[in-house]
Design a protein around this ligand. Structure first.
Ligand code: NAD
Ligand code: MG
Length: 335
């Protein structure tokens, strides 16, 4: 495989980050990790939180400067917007945009709001993305152990002529050049992220689990046995795939399971599923999916709440809660 587009430490001009006053807006999964890693490395970091935020204590506890969102933006010349995607447009409009100055950089960890036009920054600021390919706690753990997780970087708007290099320096600051930094675009990151979570990771996988579980239960098998086969064991298989790809997984299972993989898998995910994937991708690319989701977010979220409630009532959730309550190793892990 060509490695040409993976960037490493030797491609970085670290002065670009050292010269910056950074504002990290939000102290959640990504925000806490970025703020702590960059603060530890000696960068000039302040965290911007809304008044009364429950995270204020945590920020003070690690000795990072705490500001309101407008104050943080005023003081900084690189603003990382790390609050939930659904909250960003409003916070940007009311508390960030009025305080941006020409030459500032506005940084995102996901492209949704920029790509779908929910945030429209002025022409004189750099608009960049640094998207670590891990949740915040893992990003922090790896960086603090001298490692890093891979990141994607992208430039939406290059006002200063240095936008890409600033993004790369920030990714380097997070430790990502140790694991590899890949250049992408806001469009590619946003569309593939949405597609992945809908078709494969969240939507595809949960529907696959449910269909398997329901098929066994409807055929008269015990729901508990169906749960173990179709949900519990997913983790064992995913761990093998994560470690060694599909080949590694196939080496780790029995020959019978491997044979079944080849002859039955393509029947389950056949032409109809591939056609559905193409349609889902087309709706993402046309903006149709974003339009529907944004409308849901601006309204009462009634459809979202209904689907969420329905999902929680499924038999697999009741059976699973009961079985997991006896798995000592899961305690405290959100069961
Ligand atoms: P999160 O939900 O963990 O954190 C949200 C933070 O924002 C919290 O500190 C919360 O108090 C604060 N916040 C919430 N609403 C706010 C408001 N109205 N005003 C001010 N602050 C508010 O978010 P996250 O998962 O870290 O996501 C942040 C960004 O990172 C998103 O763009 C997301 O797509 C991206 N991202 C997340 C991950 C991940 O693994 N979580 C990975 C890559 C990229
Ligand atoms: Mg994602």
């Amino acid at each position: 495989m060509s490695n040409a587009c993976m960037l490493s430490a030797e491609d970085v001009d670290p002065k670009l980050l050292a010269a910056r006053r950074l504002a990290i807006i939000g102290y959640g999964s990504q925000g806490a990790a970025h703020a702590r890693i960059l603060h530890m490395s000696g960068a000039d970091v302040r965290v911007g939180l809304r008044d009364g935020s429950g995270s204020a204590e945590a920020v003070r506890g690690v000795g990072i400067t705490l500001r309101s969102v407008p104050e943080a933006v005023k003081e900084a010349n690189l603003v990382a917007v790390l609050i939930p995607d659904t909250a960003q447009a409003k916070v940007y409009r009311e508390e960030i945009a009025p305080h941006l100055k020409g030459g500032d950089a506005l940084l995102f960890a996901h492209g949704f709001n920029i790509h779908f036009g929910q945030i429209n920054p002025p022409k004189d600021v750099d608009v960049i993305m640094v998207a670590p390919k891990s949740p915040g706690p893992m990003l922090y753990r790896e960086a603090s152990q001298g490692n890093g997780v891979p990141s994607l970087i992208a430039v939406h708007q290059d006002a200063t002529g240095r936008a890409r290099d600033v993004a790369l320096a920030y990714a380097h600051g997070l430790g990502s050049t140790r694991a590899g930094v890949l250049e992408t675009t806001f469009a590619e990151e946003t569309e593939t992220d949405l597609f992945g979570e809908q078709a494969v990771l969240c939507g595809g996988l949960s529907s696959l689990i449910l269909a398997g579980f329901e098929t066994l239960v409807e055929a008269g098998y015990q729901p508990e046995v169906a749960y173990f086969e179709c949900l519990h064991e997913v983790k064992l298989i995913v761990d093998l795939i994560y470690q060694g790809g599909l080949t590694g997984m196939r080496k780790g299972v029995s020959d019978t399971a491997e044979w079944g993989d080849y002859v039955s898998g393509p029947r389950v995910i056949g032409a109809a599923s591939r056609k559905a994937m193409q349609e889902i991708l087309a709706e993402i690319r046309s903006g149709e999916f974003a339009k529907r989701w944004i409308a849901e977010g601006q309204g009462s979220q009634s459809e979202f709440n209904r689907l969420r409630a329905e999902g929680r009532k499924h038999q697999i959730e009741e059976v699973g809660a009961r079985l997991r309550s006896r798995m000592a190793w899961l305690s405290g892990s959100g069961k």
